[in-house]
Design a binder for this molecule. Structure first.
Ligand code: FES
Length: 149
């Protein structure tokens, strides 16, 4: 009969983003976690030996980055791709290196790993982060901010 897990193994299942095995299989996992009226939509991805998490909201027009489930990366897997207008982001930092929101960044989500699960870190206030993401200013116009004269 298996023994009970140690006390530090306990965690809130409502903060589970995905299983680590799921992340290994797909390289990226999308998630939606609700607390109150504001769902937090995000995704996690493998970056080398580590993982990163971001809110799934493009700083250009506020669209989700993916059109299809788990489809967040360029074909070579090197960068995060926004399917709406082609913005490209670094996987390790969320910094936009090309596209209409170049110079802006995806909003990070702090994560931790416990007992084979990826979870929101204890420091993450789901509702506050979801509201903050929703209120974040977007880039003006379809081609980005106005250019200096
Ligand atoms: S919404 Fe992402 S590039 Fe336009």
């Amino acid at each position: 009969m298996p023994s009970d897990p140690p006390p530090e193994a306990a965690f809130d299942v409502e903060r589970v983003v995905c299983r680590l095995t799921q992340l290994e299989r797909h390289g990226v996992c999308a998630f939606t976690i609700s607390a109150g009226d504001w769902p937090l939509r995000g995704f996690v991805l493998r970056v080398g030996e580590g993982i990163r998490g971001y809110v799934n909201r493009c700083p250009h027009a506020g669209h989700p980055l993916n059109l299809l489930p788990e489809r967040f990366l360029t074909p070579d897997g090197a960068l995060i791709l926004c399917s709406s207008h082609g913005a490209l982001f670094e996987k390790s930092s969320g910094y936009c290196v090309a596209g209409p929101c170049a110079g802006r960044s995806l909003m990070p989500v702090a994560l931790e790993i416990r007992w084979g699960f990826v979870l929101l870190a204890d420091s993450v206030d789901v509702q506050a982060l979801a509201q903050e993401a929703d209120a974040a200013p977007l880039v003006e116009g379809p081609e980005g901010p106005p250019r200096a004269p």
